[in-house]
Design a binder for this molecule. Structure first.
Ligand code: SF4
Length: 261
């Protein structure tokens, strides 16, 4: 039986510079309490089952994408965590065979998968977005239980970030401005060496369908929270070495980061 996925047929915001379709693959190795993708992270969960999931077989999603390939500039492969999907390389190759570049959204904890995709021209992404959720030393807060005790998130994040930096593939890093300072300057300082000079976007937190329902009563964040984070992240080591461009609530960071603030 083909895997079930969620499909956004058209998006103007998920693949920079392209009209895209977005395939959401179910399953994730993390349990970020603020996650809005309960249906993807916990597909069998009763609370998730009560919501309109809109899941369709992957084959059907691909057929819809094929029909619309002339109006699409690319496809985003997202999740959940798409690197958990055993058929990811096949899916990547299939999309590229349709003449559609694909963007991979990942949490960066699967560098071997990333390396394989990058090494093979038939599966190489056209764009990669990698999340930087918390300081690497805090990822234990997001791992669901002892089955993940063998995972070394800091090493995996560093390896994935190095792969991105050396890949020649256009990429970006993304962080969420969590409420109450739950993501702060200390996290940025710890993460800055991973981002290097690549674009680093800071997005607001919006409560509503959080994996941890307690987070739904926390306040939304906005530019008031994203701006200081962006300002901290863009502080260059040497004056005048970097610039930051303001895209409203998000910031594109092109600085060389100072790691010892
Ligand atoms: S936010 Fe992303 S990485 Fe975190 S639990 Fe949700 S899908 Fe997984």
């Amino acid at each position: 039986m083909p895997p079930l996925v969620s499909l956004r047929k058209t998006s103007l915001v998920d693949y920079p510079g392209k009209v895209s379709a977005v395939i959401f693959l179910p399953g994730c190795n993390l349990r970020c309490p603020w996650c809005q993708n309960r249906e993807l992270v916990l597909p069998g969960d009763s609370a998730a089952a009560g919501r309109p999931g809109g899941f369709i077989p992957l084959d059907e999603a691909l057929a819809l994408i094929q029909k619309r390939k002339n109006v699409l500039g690319g496809v985003v492969v997202s999740g959940g965590e798409p690197c958990l999907f055993p058929g990811l390389a096949g899916l990547a190759a299939e999309l590229k065979n349709l003449g559609l570049p694909y963007k991979l959204d990942t949490n960066g904890l699967f560098p071997p998968v990333l390396r394989k995709l990058l090494e093979n021209p038939a599966t190489r992404p056209g764009y990669i977005a990698m999340d930087l959720k918390l300081a690497p030393g805090r990822y234990g807060e997001l791992l669901p239980g002892p089955q993940n005790s063998a995972v070394d998130p800091a090493a995996a994040l560093a390896e994935s970030a190095a792969l991105l930096r050396g890949s020649g593939v256009e990429h970006e890093f993304r962080s969420l401005a969590l409420p109450g300072g739950r993501f702060g300057p200390g996290d940025i300082t710890a993460l800055a060496p991973l981002a290097g000079g690549a674009p680093w976007h800071f997005r607001p937190f919006v409560p509503g369908n959080c994996l941890d329902p307690a987070w739904n009563s926390l306040p939304a964040t906005g530019e008031k929270e994203t701006a200081p984070l962006a300002e901290t992240a863009r502080r260059p080591c040497k004056p005048g070495r970097g610039i930051a461009q303001n895209y409203g609530a998000e910031y594109n960071i092109k600085s060389i980061f100072c790691t010892s603030r």
